[in-house]
Every structure is written in C-alpha cells, then in structure tokens.
Design a protein around this ligand. Structure first.
Ligand SMILES: *[C@@H]1O[C@H](CO)[C@@H](O)[C@H](O)[C@H]1NC(C)=O
Ligand SMILES: *[C@@H]1O[C@H](CO)[C@@H](O)[C@H](O)[C@H]1NC(C)=O
Ligand SMILES: *[C@@H]1O[C@H](CO)[C@@H](O)[C@H](O)[C@H]1NC(C)=O
Ligand SMILES: *[C@@H]1O[C@H](CO)[C@@H](O)[C@H](O)[C@H]1NC(C)=O
Length: 423
C-alpha cells in the first residue's frame, strides 16, 4: 500500500521533471544576438520587453532581426508597449530558413506571428505576408489589405534546424495602427479593478480596494507589476480559509502575495527556474512562489497547493495581469492553523523549491482549520483533481471571458491615477 503510493509519487515526480525538461528549447536568443554588435539595440529591446523569454520558450520559430540602423526608427521613439507589439510581429511562428523562403508555394504566403497570440492584434493584423519577389528578393509586409512589402530579407544570422531561424531584414514590418495604438498611460494598464471585475475576479478586486493594497500595487507600476488574480470561483473553493477570520495584517499579506514588483509575462514564467519574490516577501525565502510548466501551461506553487495560470487579462509592458484558478495560500499564513494569531511569521518548514519532494506530505502541517485538506503540491496534475467542480467551472468561465477581456484591455481608458485618487 505505502510502497505503491510511493511508486506513484515517484512516477508523478518523474513526469513532472520530464514536463519541465521538455519545455527547455535549448536556444538563448540573447546569447545568439550578443555575438553581433550590430543587433545590440534590437537585443536590448528583446530583453526589456521580455520577448527574449518568450522566444526561448518556443521552437519552430523564425525571428526577423533589425540592425541598429533599421532599429532606430523604433528605438526610443515609442513607449515600450508599442515597441513590444512591433517586435512581436517579427517573431514568426513557423520555421523559415533561406531555402524555405525561396520555395514558398505560389511565391506568397501569410504566416502567424507572436503578435497574433497576444490578443492585442485586431483582425489579421498579427499576420505577416512573405512574398518571393522577382530577382531572388524576398519581401515582408503586414497582411492587412493594401500594405506594402516594405521590408526585404538581407541575410541569415543563425539557424538551429528546426528550432529557430534568425534572419535579418532591412526595415520593421509596420501593421496599420501598431505605432499609433492608444499608448497606455504612463501607469501601464488602466483601471486595474475595472479589468479584474470584467474578468470575473470581483471578490479579489473588492478586497484590493477595501484593504488598501491596491495602492501598493499602483506604487510599483513604474518598476513593473505582475498580478495573479484568483477568480470568484477560486474564493468559493473548498479549502480556502474563511477570510473574515484573518487579521487585517494577514489579509494584506495574502493580497500582496498575489503580485510581483516586476514585469513577468507568461513567457518569462515559463522559462523561470527560481523562487519568485512577491510583494509580501519580507525576507529571504519568505512569501515566495515557484513555477512549473505542463505543455503550454504555467502552474504556480505556494508550498500548500498548485494554482494554474488561466488567462492573461492584460499585458502592456511593464504591467501584466493574469487570472489564476486557485487562491494562492502562502505557507507563512496557512502552513499552520489560520487562527488569527498576531504573529504570522515563524514557519520552520522546508522552503518550497522548484523540484518538489516526492513525499506526499509537503508542508509540515497542512491547513488544520478546514476539513478538506488542501491539495498535495507535487504534480501539475494536482489542480484539477483536488477540487474538480470548482476548477471545471472556472475553466469554462475563463474560456468564456477570454475574448471579451482582451478586447476590453484596449478600450478601457481610465487611468490608474484616477483609481487611486478615488480611494
Ligand atoms: C531543439 O529543441 C528541442 C526541444 O524542443 C531540444 O531538445 C533540442 O536540444 C534543440 N536543438 C538544438 C540544436 O538546440
Ligand atoms: C542567455 O544568455 C545571456 C547572455 O549570455 C545570459 O545573460 C542569460 O543568463 C542567458 N539566459 C539563459 C536563460 O540561460
Ligand atoms: C502578399 O502581398 C502581395 C502584395 O501586396 C499580394 O499580391 C499577395 O497576394 C499577398 N499574399 C497573400 C498570401 O495574401
Ligand atoms: C473602472 O472600471 C469599472 C468597470 O468598468 C468602472 O465601474 C469604474 O468606474 C472604473 N474606475 C474608475 C476610477 O473610473
């Protein structure tokens, strides 16, 4: 009995390890481009926008690069969020080496880019037209009707078949409106609470306002902000402690635990291998999170239970807001009984680490207050099995609001500053 469950745990652990390894693509675009100083500006923007992480987490892609001269029409002339969109259009989600470029059937094709996957691209603005022109030239342009093929292939920079091909082109590909897109206010994403409510996270939004923690979020926006917003279903899930029993200080810590003072879009979470500090972190290893991946999914681990990244509600450098399907319960608060003890600090248990122990009991003493013990956090598959109904509900819900939420990001125009003034 015991040995067979141990074998199962080991199997789960091995599968987790394989899942983690299989997402490591092996290329490092920052490294590749650093070999050629003429791409230093482009390379620097890939890092600033975190597109480098997104590129490193993918295979079968083509990156169209611009040398410093060609990059000068973008660099420093637009907000980072606009540059990110323009550069996302240069990440083709297919592998084109020079041979394939010249062998396009019918001489012309449309290809999907990373921009199309962001939800920021209306219609087919996230597609690029590649056309084999007369005289061996290959032209690139936006797929939007009436666009010119204003960029030309100049040379091969690097190819790692069939993972990544890096090709130089002589000018940026400009989709209509991409440079004049309503630049987000200096504060990044506007009206965080409005976005959260629209995305089905009303409970969380209300808590942020009533506790005052929204101000803490807003204060870090300039440096970067990543929010993990639990859905309303997540707050109703079994095993979530009664929040009215927490002290004010504990509620603040819990809410601060759901955000990072840095910009970490999904690609960066996928390639992350370290423990991540949250806004609640008040010492080394305290209130931190670890991540794992399963296919294209990112799972956050608190040490008590896993929570799946559901949707990206908004991503405008340097602010990104995700929904998650479980409330993130830090061991510092819930590793012991969540009775309103004034001192939330001493927890002498093992610090959560990315590679989870195969032992089924992770935390020294899981939440004692609520009868349905919280899930064992040792496998990405843990989330669906521990509360089937709630997570199914939230998946369906998430799928439903996904489209409207991304459209909403582009339309909301009330500033964060206004939000904080109202508080
Ligand atoms: C290509 O990507 C795969 C993962 O999909 C990786 O295992 C392999 O090492 C990569 N190849 C090279 C040459 O980097
Ligand atoms: C990629 O290469 C850069 C520059 O060599 C290095 O600073 C960075 O840590 C590398 N990233 C990864 C994920 O290995
Ligand atoms: C690409 O653009 C060229 C020039 O505008 C156009 O003739 C061609 O039909 C386009 N290709 C596709 C696949 O739409
Ligand atoms: C934020 O958006 C919500 C929902 O759309 C709206 O009710 C609220 O008034 C907005 N906030 C501000 C400060 O206008």
């Amino acid at each position: 009995m015991a040995s067979s469950s141990r074998a199962l745990s080991l199997l789960a652990f091995t599968l987790l390890l394989l899942a983690v390894l299989s997402t490591v693509s092996g290329h490092n675009i920052t490294q590749i481009l650093s070999e050629s100083p003429e791409y230093s500006s482009f390379n620097s923007y890939l890092s600033q926008t975190k597109l480098a992480d997104e590129i490193n987490s993918r295979t079968t892609i083509t990156l169209l690069v611009l040398n410093n001269g060609a990059m000068s029409s973008l660099a420093g002339k637009h907000p980072l969020s606009v540059v990110k969109n323009a550069l996302s259009l240069l990440v083709l989600l297919d592998y084109y080496d020079p041979v394939k470029l010249h062998k396009i059937s019918q001489g012309t094709t449309l290809t999907t880019t990373l921009y199309q996957t962001t939800g920021n691209a209306p219609g087919n603005l996230g597609f690029v037209n590649i056309t084999d022109l007369k005289g061996g030239k290959v032209g690139f342009g936006s797929a939007a009707p009436g666009s010119k093929l204003a960029s030309t292939y100049t040379k091969l920079v690097k190819q790692i078949p069939y993972n990544i091909s890096v090709l130089e082109i002589d000018a940026p590909i400009i989709a209509p409106g991409i440079l004049t897109a309503p630049a987000p206010s200096a504060d990044g994403l506007n009206n965080i609470t409005g976005l959260l409510e629209k995305a089905g996270c009303k409970t969380f939004a209300n808590l942020l306002v009533t506790s005052g923690v929204l101000k803490t979020y807003v204060s870090t926006v300039e440096k970067g902000l990543t929010v993990f917003a639990p859905s309303d279903e997540a707050f109703k899930a079994e095993g979530v402690p009664d929040l009215t029993k927490l002290t004010q200080a504990e509620v603040v810590s819990l809410l601060e635990y759901h955000a990072l003072a840095e910009y970490k879009p999904k690609g960066s979470l996928k390639t992350n291998k370290e423990a991540i500090s949250t806004l609640a972190t008040n010492g080394a290893g305290k209130y931190d999170l670890t991540t794992s991946t399963s296919g294209d999914e990112v799972i956050l681990h608190t040490g008590i239970g896993p929570s799946r990244l559901a949707d990206t509600v908004g991503d405008e450098t340097p602010v990104v807001i995700f929904t998650v399907d479980q409330v993130l319960l830090p061991t510092e608060l819930f590793g012991k009984s969540p009775a309103p003890a004034p001192a939330p600090e001493p927890v002498s248990g093992p610090t959560p680490s990315p590679a989870k122990s195969p032992s089924p009991a992770e935390a020294p003493s899981p939440v004692a207050a609520s009868p349905p013990a919280p899930p064992v956090d040792d496998s990405p598959e843990g989330a669906p099995s521990d509360s089937p109904t709630s997570s199914e509900d939230s998946n369906a819900k998430n799928a439903a609001f996904h489209v409207s939420a991304s459209a909403y990001v582009t339309t909301v125009l009330v500033t964060l500053a206004a939000t904080s003034l109202l508080l």
